[in-house]
Structures are given as structure tokens and as C-alpha cells.
Write a protein that binds this ligand. Structure first.
Ligand SMILES: Cc1cc2nc3c(=O)[nH]c(=O)nc-3n(C[C@H](O)[C@H](O)[C@H](O)COP(=O)(O)OP(=O)(O)OC[C@H]3O[C@@H](n4cnc5c(N)ncnc54)[C@H](O)[C@@H]3O)c2cc1C
Length: 554
């Protein structure tokens, strides 16, 4: 059974977005809006509402939408961010704003507000962050006091401030997190409610086509039917419930923006002649500034696609997976954009060539919906528990599965990914035996290693699936199977090398002097095999490079 849109409908939606952008958001317009720091309200409203109807995608059919799934959401978010992360943010803010209702609202509330988004193209904002409560939402101060008459709750009075709210100055409808006597609770608040105001647009580093504003709530009165789910105290649980999904969407932003930068650097370097030939023929250029970034982006994509498919199959509680997808894809997107500036040299450093803007824009993806450091913590804490619960078998078992995959498809990089998994298990076991995760530094660095190692497995599975022709028809195959397999081997080598070098060094770095034997640790991690697996790296990078440049020559 197809969950969400069928393949043809999804392609039609993506084509419509492309056509809309070509007509209304050519590069010249994007650069002007960025320069003038302007939120193009009519364009965002047109995209969400009657011109494109992107908001319909995320609303179920019974509430008036198209009933798109997570996989569809990822493809659309990637496409939007490939155009402009600011515009994508303006569109996503409506999904974010409505998510507490989607996940926690009563059926009546869904019909009322999701129906209004579908019918009237309302735009929404999601008000969680406060001046003193960002990563740590539990320290929020906005309150919602009960208004009682004859012992019955007849309303709530909301007081407080929200910070950095996307669409904050323009939304028709806001979801606001506030503390009731029974705990954090989401409220739906209309624009124009007395006492509810917004600040001036923030003057931001990037995503200057999005509106970001502070909100102030002074004695804002709402009726009890505005409590999402009609029960107080569910707010943080509802916010947690959407993370697996929303972080996947931001992951897709990182992917889209990173590829958007690469899609400029690759043709540029095919045409740019230096030292007697095009830059695209110089390994010193391609193997630093292009190929590793494409491999990392594709590793992020592999993880996004697997997680989206699992969500569409009805799995819940994929917050760690959402965090891994977001962490790897947004860091890869940010690094790819940085490399693209370098790839264009002096031209890249000017405003005219877009990569400078993309770099400023994509940075936000490593900050909002949970910073990269919070992702590291989330990933590490969860997988640490798995390591303890399984007495160290968690990654060893996954390595065994990868060995089996390698026997089926010896080209997909699963053997190297298996080495990375075993090395990770060894570093984690060393950390357990020596109580090293008392150091927050190691815990967070493990989060980074874990995310990369898990992505190496996802990319190996995806490469094998591409070769076997078993990927979802909705998958976005940017590289043909042989090049994807080469990219998988490149990425797996990097993931394994990072565990062998950084994992070992970080464990030694936090251990009490004299308690860890470097040679024994290197042996446990099997550094020599990981180094031996680096053989063939340059050939694989050549394969990826050739495929990328052949695609632009077509
Ligand atoms: C352009 C923009 C749009 C946004 N849109 C929205 C929106 O629509 N709705 C909304 O509710 N919010 C929104 N946000 C807020 C965003 O989600 C927060 O900025 C983000 O969660 C980080 O919170 P903070 O800015 O308070 O940083 P802090 O939490 O103060 O973090 C500062 C630094 O410390 C690190 N850090 C924090 N805690 C820890 C810890 N425990 N251990 C180690 N390091 C830590 C962080 O990783 C970061 O590097 C937006 C922000 C921006 C800039």
C-alpha cells in the first residue's frame, strides 16, 4: 500500500514548485529580496494557499488536505530549500505551527484549524522558544492562568514573551506554549487577539526571506477550547511527539541547501579553466571541495529516506533517528555550502553567485528545531542506553547484519561500515568500563561518531537497494547505482576513520592519566584494519567525481 502521495502525484507537486519558483523566484529576485531583507508575504501565502497549495500536502484528506506522508514531506522540503531556505522556513512554519494540533488536537480541533489551513490557506507560527528558554524549553516562563467562574474553567489568561518565531509578524494563527497549573500546554491564539503583539523583524545573518519576530502576550484571554487536546500539561509531550517528523523536515532543508550549493560549484568548476585545464579535472579541487561533500549529503539522504519510510509505516518514537538525520544532513549542508564558496574562489565570496547567500541561509538548519549540540546529546544518550541494555551488543549486532549485506552486495560499502560499527562498539565499551561518559565532552563527541556510523549503514543499504532496483519509486536518486556505491564506500571509510582516530583520541583525552593503554585501545578498535580499508579511496572518489561531471555535461 502506498502511504501518502503516489509517485506521479509527488512528481507533479515537485514540478509545480519548480515552475512556481522559475516564474516568481528567479535568482535575481532571490538576491534582491535577500539584499533588501524582505519577507515576500504574497509569495509565501501563494505557495501555502491557492496558487500552489503546499500546505495541503501535510494535512490529512479527512481534514481537507492531500494526505502526504513523511517521505513526501522530505522531498518537498528538500525541493523548497534547494530554492531558498528562507522561503522554505516560511512554508514549514505553518506545518510546525499546526503540528501540536495534528499530534495532540481533538478531532473537532483538527477539523476546525487544519480545515481552515486547507480551505483558506492560513499561515501559522509555532511559539515555543523564549528569551531565556531555547534548548532548555522546560525553563520557560510564559504562563496561562485559569479564569474560573463558579468553580468552572471559562478561559485562560496568557502572559509572557516568545523569541525568534518564524512567521511571527505575519501568521494568522499561532500555537503558543504556556505554563498552566498542570504544566506546559499548547494554546491556539488568533492574530489580533487583544494583548497579543509582535516585535520588528529580526535583522538576521541569513534566511532573510523569512520573517522572524518576537511575540509578546499581555493578559491575552482565550477560551478553554483553545487548549490543544483540551487537557492541560501535555505540551512538552506533544512537542516531543513531533520531533521525529519535524527534524526530518529540517534535515531535508540541509540536504536541499547543500545540494543547491553543489549544483552551482559543480558546473562552475567544469567551465573554469586554471593551469591549463578545468578545475573539474583536478583531484586537489574535486576530492576536497566537491566529492566528500556529495558523499556526506547522500549519507544524510539515506538516513532521511529510511526514517521517513519507517514513519510512513506507522513507527513512532523515532526522535533519535530524526536527530541523526538532522545532525548529519544539516552539518553536511553547511559544510557543502562553505566548500562551494571556496570552489568559486573570489566569485564565491561575492553576493552575485548565490553560494554566499546559501551559506548564510543553511547555517540556521544547524540551530533551529534543536541545535547540533542538542542533537549530539539526544543521539548519544539514547544509543548509550542501547549499548548498556544490550551489554555492548547493539553495534556489534548491526555489524553482523552489515557483513551479511556485504555478502549479498560486495560493492555497497557494507564491509567498511561494519568495521566502523565494531570500532564504535569498542570505543563505547571502553567508555563504559572506565566511566568516561561522566565527561560531557566525550558524550557529545560520541553523538557525532554514532550519527556518522549509523549513516554509513543507511548509505550502504541504500546503495545495495539502488543496485538491486528495490528502492522506493519516490526515492531521489541523485547518483546512479555504481556512483552511489562508490559514494557509500567513501563515506564508510570516513566514518570508520573518525572512530579510529577521533574516538580513540577523545577517550584518551578524557581518561584519568595512566588508566587507558593507547596500544590496547587501538587494537580493540582495530585501527589497522580501518587503515587497510582506506585502500581504493582515491579510485572511488574518482568514480563519484566522474559521475557528477558527466551529469552536468549531459
Ligand atoms: C531564524 C530563527 C528562526 C526560529 N524559528 C523558531 C520558531 O518558529 N519557533 C520557535 O519556537 N523557535 C524558533 N527559533 C528558536 C530556535 O529553535 C532556538 O534558537 C534554538 O532552539 C536554540 O535556542 P537558543 O537560541 O536559546 O540557544 P541556547 O539554547 O542558549 O544555546 C546556545 C548554545 O549553547 C549550546 N547548548 C545549549 N544547551 C546546551 C547543553 N545542555 N549542553 C551543551 N551545549 C548546550 C547550543 O547548542 C548553542 O550552541 C528560531 C531561531 C532562529 C534563529
Amino acid at each position: 500500500m502506498t502511504v501518502g502521495l503516489d509517485h506521479d502525484t509527488l512528481e507533479m507537486v515537485l514540478d509545480s514548485i519548480n515552475m512556481f519558483a522559475e516564474g516568481r523566484l528567479p535568482e535575481k529576485v532571490l538576491l534582491e529580496l535577500d539584499h533588501e531583507d524582505t519577507f515576500p508575504e504574497d509569495i509565501v501565502r501563494g505557495m501555502c494557499g491557492d496558487e500552489l497549495g503546499v500546505s495541503l500536502l501535510f494535512i490529512k484528506e479527512e481534514h481537507g488536505g492531500m494526505g502526504g506522508g513523511s517521505f513526501d514531506g522530505y522531498r518537498v522540503c528538500e525541493k523548497l530549500a534547494h530554492i531558498d531556505v528562507g522561503i522554505a522556513t516560511g512554508v514549514l512554519a505553518t506545518f510546525l505551527g499546526s503540528d501540536p494540533i495534528v499530534f495532540g488536537g481533538t478531532e473537532e480541533q483538527k477539523l476546525r484549524w487544519l480545515g481552515a489551513i486547507a480551505e483558506q490557506g492560513l499561515i501559522m507560527a509555532y511559539g515555543a522558544t523564549e528569551p531565556e528558554a531555547g534548548s532548555d524549553l522546560a525553563s520557560m516562563k510564559t504562563t496561562a492562568d485559569r479564569i474560573e467562574e463558579d468553580g468552572e474553567i471559562v478561559g485562560y489568561r496568557i502572559n509572557g514573551n516568545k523569541q525568534w518565531i518564524s512567521n511571527g509578524g505575519y501568521a494568522d494563527l499561532y500555537t503558543i506554549l504556556a505554563l498552566t497549573p498542570d504544566g506546559p500546554t499548547w494554546f491556539v491564539v488568533d492574530r489580533g487577539t487583544p494583548g497579543f503583539d509582535h516585535g520588528a523583524p529580526e535583522d538576521k545573518h541569513g534566511i532573510r526571506l523569512s520573517n522572524t519576530a518576537a511575540l509578546s502576550l499581555m493578559d491575552v484571554e482565550v477560551t478553554p477550547d483553545r487548549v490543544v487536546g483540551l487537557v492541560e500539561g501535555q505540551g512538552l509531550a506533544q512537542a516531543q511527539a513531533v520531533f521525529g517528523y519535524t527534524r526530518l523536515m529540517v534535515a531535508a532543508f540541509g540536504l536541499g541547501a547543500g545540494w543547491s550549493a553543489m549544483d552551482r560549484a559543480i558546473p562552475y568548476s567544469a567551465a573554469r579553466i586554471q593551469a591549463g585545464g578545468p578545475l573539474s579535472e583536478k583531484q586537489g579541487f574535486t576530492h576536497k571541495l566537491i566529492v566528500p561533500h556529495v558523499c556526506r549529503l547522500e549519507a544524510g539522504r539515506a538516513y532521511i529516506e529510511e526514517t521517513a519510510a519507517r514513519l510512513d509505516e506507522g513507527e513512532e518514537k523515532l526522535n533519535t533517528e530524526g536527530a541523526i538525520a538532522k545532525y548529519v544532513s544539516t552539518e553536511a549542508g553547511n559544510a557543502a555550502a562553505e566548500a562551494s564558496i571556496q570552489a568559486l574562489g573570489g566569485y564565491g565570496y561575492t553576493k552575485e553567485y548565490m553560494v554566499e547567500k546559501i551559506k548564510r541561509d543553511v547555517k540556521i538548519t544547524t540551530i533551529y528545531e534543536g541545535t547540533s549540540e542538542i542533537m549530539e546529546m539526544t543521539i548519544s544518550r539514547d544509543r548509550w542506553q542501547q549499548h548498556l541494555k544490550t551489554r555492548g551488543a547493539y553495534y556489534a549486532d548491526l555489524a553482523t547484519e552489515l557483513d551479511a549485506l556485504h555478502r549479498t552486495d560486495p560493492t555497497c560499502g557494507a564491509d567498511i561500515a561494519a568495521l566502523a560499527h565494531r570500532a564504535l562498539a569498542a570505543v563505547m565499551e571502553t567508555a563504559r568500563a572506565n566511566r568516561l561518559t561522566r565527561n560531557q565532552h566525550l558524550l557529545f563527541r560520541l553523538g557525532e561518531l554514532i550519527a556518522n556510523v549509523e549513516c554509513s549503514a543507511a548509505l550502504a543499504r541504500r546503495a545495495a537497494g539502488a543496485t538491486a532496483g528495490t528502492l522506493s519509486p519516490k526515492a531521489n536518486l541523485r547518483l546512479e547505482p555504481p556512483a552511489l556505491a562508490a559514494a557509500s564506500r567513501v563515506f564508510a571509510r570516513e566514518a570508520a576513520r573518525r572512530v579510529a582516530q577521533d574516538g580513540v583520541a577523545q577517550a584518551l583525552g578524557v581518561a584519568d592519566p595512566g588508566t587507558l593503554d593507547p596500544a590496547a585501545l587501538r587494537q580493540a578498535v582495530d585501527v589497522d584494519r580501518i587503515l587497510a580499508a582506506q585502500v581504493g579511496l582515491a579510485d572511488d572518489m574518482d568514480t563519484v567525481s566522474t559521475a557528477l561531471y558527466a551529469a552536468v555535461a549531459d
